[in-house]
Design a protein around this ligand. Structure first.
Ligand SMILES: *Cc1c(COP(=O)(O)O)cnc(C)c1O
Length: 361
């Protein structure tokens, strides 16, 4: 038997989640964010399934955009960090890409471009995230410079929220106030909302939503928030038991002997580890499913294996199926038990884990 570690992606669920994003803000358009290989789901497969629905796609760089163009995706594609050097200006034109401009330098480059067709630009303001974006006081001047360029056909005004995953956080209101104070008088569509704001902060919806993680079934507001039930899980990481053993009270499991059995314990060894993208920092008790039934991680995660408690499953045997996250085990729950976020679990799947796709129409 080949190594049974696999990822399964449900394309119909991704379409459902995109449609759900749009129903949250009727009339708004939505960029489907497919950067980082569509959060580990496979950017080409995800873009192909969303292409008939998606108003546009968003990626991190021209390399990611070209992979979509080469696979026949014709939708508009926004480069969320813009171009990294002026040498990429030609690609904007030849591959019909839409750059973000987040700095004066990028505005300079775009003003100097001489594209063969009109260029749309997403102009980004730093309203408090303090990562990328023009200073609020520079924004109107940058807008005017772009608006004066005969080749710039449209300017979308954008900003990014730092704390939208905590809907009561005062920073979000302050960011929106900053945005309207410095962009309020300028014409053009607005784009503010990541998944957290799409789901939890309607005043930030604007004209263009930018859903990412919610397309992949994990609510950034957590499993306790009602939004988690409206989203369908899109990826399952699965493997099988490859060994089962019996340990006596006082015996320890795995590296460092982190878990010491308190009772006679049936231990299952699963063929999945941190080299597959399972978090090494997962604590004892992290949920897993064996034969579709709840179980828990015990002992430190190794490179290629991890260990689970089968004491309550006397019938479990080598070869039985294990789900590490998916429809039975929320990725958010595994992330919470590992001091990380579902984003990192999804983007961390390693190349050695093959992906298969299903599409129920
Ligand atoms: C990645 C990204 C998003 C999507 O964020 P999610 O939290 O995954 O919804 C939206 N906007 C920008 C600028 C991004 O970089």
């Amino acid at each position: 038997m080949a190594r049974p570690t696999r990822a399964h992606v449900d394309l119909a669920a991704i379409r459902h989640n995109y449609a759900h994003a749009k129903t949250r803000a009727p009339g708004a358009r939505a960029l489907a964010v497919v950067k980082a290989d569509a959060y580990g789901h496979g950017a080409v497969a995800v873009a192909r399934t969303l292409a008939p629905l998606a108003d546009a796609f968003a990626v991190a760089c021209t390399e990611e955009a070209l992979a979509l163009r080469e696979s026949g995706i014709g939708n508009p594609i926004v480069l969320l960090e813009g171009i990294f050097e002026p040498a990429e200006l030609g690609l904007l034109d030849s591959a019909r890409l839409t750059p973000v401009a987040h700095s004066r330098e990028q505005v300079d480059w775009l003003c100097r471009a001489r594209p063969t067709r009109p260029l749309a630009v997403w102009l980004k303001m730093d309203t408090g995230m303090h990562r990328l974006g023009l200073e609020p006081s520079d924004f109107a001047a940058a807008y005017a410079r772009l608006a004066d360029c005969p080749h710039v056909s449209e300017i979308v005004l954008m900003t990014h929220l730092a704390c939208a995953d905590e809907p009561d956080h005062p920073a979000t209101q302050a960011q929106l106030a900053c945005f309207s104070a410095h962009a309020g008088a300028l014409p053009g569509p607005r784009s503010i909302a990541n998944s957290a704001a799409v789901l939890g902060y309607p005043p930030a919806h604007g004209h263009w939503l930018r859903p990412g993680i919610m397309l992949y079934g994990a609510s950034p507001l957590g499993e306790a928030h009602a939004s988690a039930a409206a989203l369908r899980p899109t990826i399952a990481l699965e493997s099988r038991l490859i060994s089962v053993r019996h340990l006596a009270p006082g015996e320890a499991i795995g590296y460092g002997g982190r878990f010491v059995c308190q009772r006679p314990t049936r231990v299952g060894v699963v063929a999945a580890g941190y080299a597959d993208g399972y978090p090494r920092h997962a604590r004892d008790g992290t949920p897993v499913a064996v034969n579709g039934k709840p179980s828990r991680l015990i002992g430190r995660v190794s490179m290629d294996m991890l260990t689970v408690d089968l004491t309550d499953q006397p019938g479990a045997h080598p070869g039985d199926p294990v789900q590490l996250w998916g429809d039975l085990v929320a990725a958010n729950a595994v992330a919470a038990a590992s001091d990380t976020i579902a984003y990192q679990l999804f983007t961390g799947r390693s190349q050695r884990v093959p992906v298969s796709y299903r599409d129920d129409r």
